[in-house]
Ligand binder design. Structure first.
Ligand SMILES: C[S@@+](CC[C@H](N)C(=O)[O-])C[C@H]1O[C@@H](n2cnc3c(N)ncnc32)[C@H](O)[C@@H]1O
Length: 281
């Protein structure tokens, strides 16, 4: 079968399960199978797909039909300025999370060597992006998931930061090393009711430990705020990504724990998403 027929048949198949981008997804799957850029498919639309590749193509296409996110099927996702390898042990990096990178960079002067901690590093997308921009800084990244730490290490190596970030598989509850200038975290913050309402792509494929914030969504968020008091220097910054309805309660927890709120920033859809605060004493 030639590429144009494959794309037609593949996208018609995906449409049956209400796929929102049937052509793009089919083309990207085909490009993975033949290991060429998508543009090459479009330039060689009459090329024939080998029989052994048809079997591979059908396997990936069926995974997409079953609503597995494209990023897991392709094995990567672009975030900030870089490509991150991912698998089902980690949350797929989100465009909204680029806001936390953007905001954090404002508090890291380029010539200074600040000590940073990333709590719940997942794929490592936040800390790797920060260190690429601020090479003089030193960083530790922790995660409760060992598999996530392995993915983050791979990404650090891929971006030549293998020996610049210290990765530790540990629960934030048990982490003791202190004296950080800045802590950054995108913790799991979806509450149990919203969790049930998520799209099937997320609900059935992304790791629960990366999205579930317990019954009220604050289980890990609150832990990070309280624990960071011990880990930060005085005047150190805590920069958090939060759910769009969590801003006021989160601000209250921060103030009750002696933090000053510097700034609350909105994401691409205008929702409060990132809180910058300072540990006062
Ligand atoms: C929302 S994901 C964020 C991943 C990545 N930082 C990002 O922004 O794409 C949250 C991460 O926190 C980790 N995590 C959950 N509970 C934790 C805990 N108690 N201590 C440390 N990490 C935790 C999860 O394994 C997951 O990788």
């Amino acid at each position: 079968m030639i590429y144009s027929e494959i794309i037609k048949k593949g996208s018609n198949f995906l449409k049956q399960n209400k796929n929102k981008n049937p052509y793009l997804d089919t083309e990207l799957i085909l490009s993975k199978v033949i290991n060429k850029e998508r543009e090459q498919i479009l330039l060689n639309i009459n090329d024939k797909l080998k029989n052994k590749d048809i079997t591979k193509f059908k396997k990936y296409l069926f995974r997409r039909y079953e609503k597995e996110p494209m990023a897991y099927i392709l094995g990567y996702k672009h975030f900030w300025k870089y490509k991150f390898l991912i698998n089902k042990s980690v949350l797929i990096p989100r465009p909204d999370t680029e806001l936390i990178v953007e905001e954090t960079l404002k508090y890291l002067p380029i010539e200074k060597s600040k000590k940073i901690l990333d709590v719940g590093t997942g794929s490592g997308c936040i800390i790797v992006s920060l260190l690429k921009e601020r090479p003089k800084c030193s960083a530790t990244a922790i995660d409760i998931s060992k598999n996530a730490i392995n993915v983050a290490k791979t990404n650090a190596k891929l971006h030549q930061l293998g020996n610049k970030i210290n990765f530790i598989n540990i629960d934030i509850d048990k982490y003791k090393s202190s004296n950080y200038d800045l802590i950054v975290s995108n913790p799991p913050y979806i509450n149990s009711i919203d969790l049930k309402r998520l799209d099937d792509d997320i609900k059935f494929h992304e790791p629960k430990i990366a999205v579930s914030g317990g019954s009220d969504g604050f289980k890990v968020l609150e832990k990070v705020i309280i624990k960071s008091k011990k880990l930060l220097k005085i005047n150190g910054k805590l920069i958090l990504e939060v759910g769009h309805r969590q801003n006021s309660r989160c601000s209250k927890i921060l103030k009750d724990n002696g933090y000053y709120i510097n700034q609350i920033s909105k994401d691409l859809s205008g929702k409060d998403r990132c809180i910058v605060s300072t540990k006062l004493q």
